[in-house]
Design a protein. Structure first.
Length: 327
């Protein structure tokens, strides 16, 4: 009796290999599952909490995506506009403006900026934009704009402090300690402030203030200060007399202190001397108007200089024809 032999059938070796591969896959899955369970066990969350966290992340991502799509469609702007209309109908609109802290700044210029927001719904008021506009005003150093519901806009102003007057070719300008221009003033409104002149003098206000602190007794008597050659000061007193100081902050302060002491003992200010030149380290050159007699100030050899250092000061009296040293 004949027997049919099948070719290409599955052999026992192939079957065993497949079973071995299946077993390896099951073992790998089992190890992966145990590793994942081990990692989850290390986390301070339960399985239910993790599910909620994953759900929250998914919902958050969906919300962000929805907002991006809505932004492209213009829906947030429409919603904000509708909300503003509702607020305005409820009485939340700008009807009153309360201004605080403005003493020197022209209030009309502030109200001109603020009234642009009048009758506008409170949610639509651009507080930062209004503040930026107010910061452009000359006297305003800082400004704060806030809403006072239901219908008031509050503006708080911090003003700059006037320190000196800058003399320009055609006008006098009031400036603060940083040289910031505040307003144009007339000679009648100087109010005892020092008049500055010279190139870049407005940038040296703080330096001049520090210099005058070296001789506080002279400070009220200084009427004008000229910044010469971008390197030194000429001071004009209220008596009309001129004091020429040397270069350098320390040398100028020492010379001013020395002059203050000499004035205290010899009464130089208010006398016949028109100008005092202290650019020389050991001499004071004095100029008197032509025709006046000898200077009786008593400044000469043997007088001690600034700070009691014992340095002798020699007075060289000049006439108008030889006044080059005081220029």
């Amino acid at each position: 009796m004949s027997q049919r032999i099948r070719r290409n059938g599955t052999s026992a070796r192939q079957t065993a290999a497949r079973q071995g591969t299946s077993q390896k896959m099951r073992n790998a899955r089992s190890m992966s599952g145990r590793a994942a369970e081990g990692v989850l066990a290390l986390l301070p969350f339960s399985e239910a909490q993790l599910h909620r966290i994953f759900l929250a992340v998914i919902l958050g991502a969906a919300a962000v995506l929805a907002y991006i799509v809505a932004s492209f469609a213009g829906l947030p702007a429409m919603a904000q506009s509708q909300l503003a209309l509702v607020a305005k109908d409820a009485g939340f609109e700008v009807k009153h403006i309360e201004l605080r802290g403005a003493e020197h700044q022209n209030e009309l210029k502030i109200y001109e900026q603020a009234l642009a927001q009048r009758n506008r719904a409170m949610p639509l008021v651009d507080l930062q934009g209004l503040r930026s506009e107010l910061m452009q005003l000359s006297w305003v150093q800082d400004a704060r704009v806030s809403r006072q519901l239901p219908d008031t806009l509050v503006i708080d102003i911090v003003e700059r402090k006037a320190q000196a007057v800058l003399k320009k070719a055609d006008r006098l300008v009031l400036i603060d300690g940083e040289g910031h221009p505040l307003e144009v003033v007339s000679p009648a409104r100087l109010r005892g402030r020092i008049v500055l002149s010279g190139f870049n003098a407005e940038t040296r206000v703080a330096d001049l203030a520090a210099l005058l602190e070296a001789a506080p007794a002279l400070k009220p008597q200084v009427a004008a200060a000229k910044w010469v050659g971008n390197r030194r000061w000429d001071l004009t007193f209220r008596t009309g007399q001129l004091l020429v100081l040397p270069e350098g902050d320390k040398l100028a302060a020492a010379a001013l202190t020395s002059f203050a002491r000499l004035d205290g003992t010899n009464r130089l200010l208010g006398g016949r001397v028109a100008a005092f030149d202290m650019r020389s380290a050991d001499k004071i050159y004095m100029r008197v108007p032509k025709g006046d007699g000898p200077v009786g100030a008593g400044v000469g050899p043997g007088r001690s200089g600034a700070g009691g250092s014992g340095a002798k000061l020699v007075a060289a009296v000049q006439s108008d024809a030889a006044a080059g040293k005081a220029e």
